[in-house]
Design a binder for this molecule. Structure first.
Ligand code: ADP
Ligand code: ZN
Length: 216
């Protein structure tokens, strides 16, 4: 088992880039945000616990997240390359991940930081629309759907995530600064960090990361 981490603020493009990398090199994309939204939609117990935190833009408790990740680790054959999107997000999660990997005879291969200035993050998040049915992301200006409000991929209805409303976005960026940004120094210290300018073209960013993963 191998693990590559995509690190970056909300709106830095983790989900979009992760999908491109998955399609290009067959890694398993694990988005804790997507997993939580799926649990909310299903009405699962973890979903009920997570929802109140998510709508406020707060972090969901570490034990909920770690359970999601470990279940995925142990569901596979053990030879997967996971691409984490949105995890770890706290120092404690980072420590738990390192322990969990060690127990499984593995370690982190690489951490990619997607870098973007705050005004770009705000613009991306406020304009984001998501398909209720398949989860595909669009953007009202940057990636508009062919028909307004309708998913190109499956015809589902597009909606704005509650946590993409302007007030909640400001809180998410604050939470990122307070609880997650410190991980950059952690992984830099471990010699695992690689910075990428995520204002560049998404296809190019995806290709660059895919090449690094193939070489890892
Ligand atoms: P973004 O990275 O754009 O904020 P995500 O879809 O990754 O969006 O996450 C949405 C929400 O899900 C977060 O604001 C948080 O409440 C919750 N969440 C996702 N991953 C984690 C995590 N590793 N730890 C705690 N909460 C998380
Ligand atoms: Zn769709």
């Amino acid at each position: 088992m191998k693990v590559t981490i995509l690190l970056g603020a909300p709106g830095s493009g983790k989900g979009t880039i992760a999908e491109k990398v998955r399609d290009a090199c067959g890694v398993i994309h694990l988005s804790t945000g997507d997993a939580l939204r799926a649990a909310v939609k299903e009405g699962a117990e973890v979903g009920r616990k997570a929802e109140e935190f998510m709508t406020k833009g707060e972090l969901v408790p570490d034990e909920v997240i770690v359970k999601i990740v470990e279940d995925r680790f142990d569901a596979g054959a053990g030879d997967e390359h996971f691409l984490f999107d949105g995890f770890p997000r706290t120092e404690n999660q980072a420590e738990l991940l390192e322990k969990g990997l060690e127990q499984r005879g593995s370690s982190i291969a690489m951490v990619v930081l997607l870098d973007a200035p705050r005004d770009v993050l705000m613009e991306r998040l406020t304009g984001r629309r998501v398909c209720r049915q398949c989860g595909q992301s669009f953007h009202v200006r940057n990636i508009p759907p062919k028909v307004e409000g309708v998913c190109d991929k499956c015809g589902g209805e597009l909606y704005q995530r509650k946590d993409d409303e302007e007030e909640t976005i400001a809180n998410r960026l604050e939470v990122y600064k307070e609880q997650t940004e410190g991980l950059i120094a952690r992984y830099e210290g471990l010699g695992l960090l690689c910075r990428i300018d995520s204002t560049a073209d998404a296809d190019e960013v995806g290709a660059e990361i895919s090449a690094m993963i193939r070489g890892a």
